[in-house]
Design a protein around this ligand. Structure first.
Ligand code: AMP
Ligand code: MG
Length: 310
């Protein structure tokens, strides 16, 4: 990959470095590494701030598109074991854009009602409307991860799901959705340290669940299940990005880059007015006194803002 395609201070583009392609081996991933980024934590924070501004502007276009009945949207799928930092992405990356334009859903153990339906039922119901950035904190991938590891359905059932998930995502993509799937991969040691912190600090007890330990004890089985997910469901319309997650700042930066790039690529124009702008303007001016007309046109803040948003 040429360095020309690397954005800003990156050595190499994160979308090239992190994408799970055929032959990807999870066991080779150094989870404390920061692929493509040698600039350290402080510069990462600066870069994240810049991306936040760019993302906000792009997201406003996407939201405007939705408000004028556009159907295009983004779906960011976050997967990872406990403590991998999924919640931090919601707070520190998605939190950089206008919450009106976000549809965040988290998926826990299915309810009785959900279990009575096909496993994709609750997922379909949670897809973002046009113009939104949908974020899934866990997803249908739990149905080939925890479900596979715990043997919650027969093997033939979960085996059939990979192809089913690919078909589902292809359909969602074809309906105007840009899908980004991020797997946050924390190391065994770092997960241990983060769980311990949740136990040692009373203000973090709410984040801990006694069910987290049995899951940790099946570490190798989960790694194998994740490998199968990357082998079988990283497609062109819905690629997986596997992000080393021992450094929280790196995960946030990487996800922000991926999301911003997607929004950029959507190349959204401001929706055209479906009314006669000049006629409306003339009618409006007729309701204003001469003084107010001039105040309006000299308003610094509004003028600057309008020019920026172009
Ligand atoms: P948390 O994200 O920490 O709130 O935990 C949610 C829990 O729900 C995790 O232990 C998931 O593995 C579990 N979960 C999510 N989806 C499913 C599913 N389809 N079947 C069984 N457990 C699930
Ligand atoms: Mg948890």
């Amino acid at each position: 990959m040429s360095s020309k395609s690397a954005p800003g201070p990156w050595d190499r583009a994160p979308w090239d470095m992190l994408r799970a392609r055929s032959g990807f081996r999870l066991e080779d991933l150094d989870r404390a590494s920061t692929p493509g980024w040698d600039e350290g934590k402080n510069r990462a924070a600066d870069r994240l701030e810049d991306l936040g501004e760019e993302m906000s502007g792009l997201q406003e276009r996407l939201y405007a598109h939705g408000r004028t009945n556009g159907h295009r949207r983004v779906l960011l799928v976050l997967q990872g074991l406990d403590t991998a930092g999924k919640g931090g992405i919601a707070r520190h990356v998605i939190g950089l854009v206008d919450p009106q334009g976000v549809a965040l859903r988290s998926f826990g153990r299915p309810t009785e009602e959900e279990l009575a339906h096909h496993y994709l039922w609750r997922i379909r119901n949670a897809l973002p409307p046009g113009g939104r950035i949908g974020v899934f904190d866990r997803s249908h991938y739990e149905d080939v991860l925890v479900v596979r590891v715990e043997g919650l359905v027969p093997e033939a059932t979960w085996q059939a799901r990979y192809a089913e998930i690919n078909a589902f995502e292809a359909e969602v993509a074809a309906s105007g959705t840009r899908i980004i799937k991020c797997a946050l991969m924390v190391s065994h040691e770092e997960q241990g340290a983060r769980l311990l912190e949740r136990l040692d600090r009373p203000e973090k007890h709410w984040k801990y669940s006694p069910g987290d330990l049995p899951t940790r004890l099946r570490w190798d089985d989960y790694q194998e299940a994740y490998q199968a997910v990357f082998d079988r469901t990283s497609t062109d319309v819905a690629p997986w990005y596997v992000i080393p997650a021992d450094h929280k700042w790196y995960v946030r930066l990487a996800v922000a880059e991926l999301l911003t790039r997607t929004l950029r690529e959507m190349d959204l124009a401001w929706p055209a007015a479906d009314f006669d702008v000049a006629a409306e303007r003339a009618k409006l001016l007729a309701t204003m006194t001469a003084d107010h007309r001039s105040i309006e046109s000299e308003d610094e803040d509004n003028g600057a803002r309008r020019r920026r948003n172009g």
